[in-house]
Design a protein around this ligand. Structure first.
Ligand SMILES: [Fe+2]
Ligand SMILES: [Fe+2]
Length: 273
């Protein structure tokens, strides 16, 4: 069953785009509630990936995405909001006595694999006028995974200040998801575009942060947030939503990735008591 999704109102989004208000949270209360080391480790990953948006944008700006006025307008607000998610999470970690510190590798110096990926993406984008459909689909998957991850973190930590902060961030992520999803839906209507986009996603998609943070960190976070009954149900819901996009009815995404990388990893369950 497919529910019709309303249009994305770009003007309303741009008019409402705000930085997370860092003065709105009870930072002094952060140390008053317990927070597992696993949650701290997960937050470090999330903080780093939020702050990496400017680098993701650098790759995006080298593609045709920049030629679409709606996409370009959205991306300006998107970067602004994501940057503040990174700052807000850094502030939370600092309040928890776990400041971020210096990143081992400067953000702008990406590993070779990522640089080659960005160059290849720019080349394919030049050759294929509909490449933006892939970006929009990719963005929809990543935003939905991110907001689902934050909701899971709220559920497993039950920390009041973190809950306040993540619920605020999730509102932004929902709007981001909605933009990308509606764009993807429109662009994938042409079967040839949908077919090529699906091929690229099937071949190259991995959860957000892959290649930026070490694989071990991604597996750790995935196990912590998604490898129990509720987590698995949340992962399947992500996949079911993406499968409603044209051409994606049988796509294997988060749940399949979990089966490949987490279930068979032979690691301990981090939330086992
Ligand atoms: Fe974000
Ligand atoms: Fe986002």
């Amino acid at each position: 069953m497919t529910r019709p999704m309303p249009e994305f109102d770009l003007d309303a989004y741009v008019g409402r785009s705000r930085a997370v208000d860092l003065s709105a949270f009870a930072w002094d209360d952060v140390p008053r509630y317990p927070l597992a080391p696993e949650a701290i480790r997960t937050l470090r990953y999330m903080q780093d990936i939020e702050s990496h948006t400017i680098i993701y944008l650098r790759a995006l700006l080298a593609t045709r995405a920049v030629d679409d006025p709606e996409v370009a307008t959205f991306l300006a607000c998107w970067l602004y909001e994501e940057t503040f998610h990174g700052l807000a999470l850094a502030r939370f970690l600092e309040a928890a006595g776990q400041p971020i510190g210096t990143r081992p590798r400067p953000r702008g110096q990406e590993p070779w694999a990522k640089r080659i990926e960005a160059a290849a993406t720019a080349m394919v984008s030049k050759a294929w006028p509909d490449f933006c459909a892939v970006h929009m689909t990719w963005g929809a998957i990543n935003e939905l995974t991110t907001l689902t991850g934050y909701r899971r973190l709220v559920a497993v930590t039950n920390h009041p200040v973190l809950t306040d902060l993540l619920e605020t961030i999730v509102l932004d992520e929902s709007r981001h998801f909605f933009f990308y999803y509606r764009q993807a839906e429109m662009r994938l209507r042409r079967p040839t575009v949908a077919r090529v986009a699906r091929l690229i996603v099937d071949r190259f998609w991995a959860p957000v942060g892959s290649g930026v943070q070490p694989d071990d960190e991604l597996v750790f976070l995935s196990r912590y947030l998604f490898d129990d009954e509720d987590g698995r149900a949340a992962a399947r819901k992500v996949d079911d939503t993406i499968r409603r996009l044209p051409g994606f009815a049988t796509a294997q995404l988060l749940d399949a990735w979990m089966n490949r990388h987490v279930r068979n990893g032979g690691r301990h369950g981090y939330r086992d008591n």
